[in-house]
Design a binder for this molecule. Structure first.
Ligand SMILES: [Zn+2]
Length: 119
């Protein structure tokens, strides 16, 4: 994802979070502090998950280093990993949102560990 696409996407999400929250507040004039906190958190959590996903996806460490001397090795036993192509990696954020990253994936031929590149 390009910088401009990210910027547009995040800006749109921010605007949606703000206008959605304003609208919710008008519709809930008697909301308690607890309800307001929950509403703000859940709206920001969606945006946070999207930002994390896009920003992490943009990282160069989404792929193993190119070049012969940079063969990834197994952190457990040190054997060279076999590249297994791109796999989806799911992570939970602090707010409980799930984000999905597409990462290159390696498999250790010795101990069978499945490894994503660091970062
Ligand atoms: Zn191993």
């Amino acid at each position: 994802m390009k910088k401009n696409e990210m910027e547009q996407s995040w800006t749109r999400m921010g605007e949606e979070a703000i206008s959605g929250m304003l609208e919710w507040r008008l519709q809930h004039p008697k909301a308690t502090l607890r309800e307001i906190v929950r509403e703000v958190y859940s709206r920001l959590a969606k945006m946070r998950a999207k930002m994390l996903e896009d920003a992490a996806q943009a990282s160069e460490s989404a792929e193993w280093e190119k070049g012969a001397e940079e063969v990834p090795v197994c952190p457990s036993c040190g054997a060279e990993l076999e590249k297994k192509g791109i796999k989806k990696r799911k992570l939970q954020t602090v707010g409980g949102q799930e984000i999905e990253l597409k990462r290159e994936y390696g498999l250790c031929p010795k101990c069978g560990a499945g490894i994503f590149p660091p970062g």
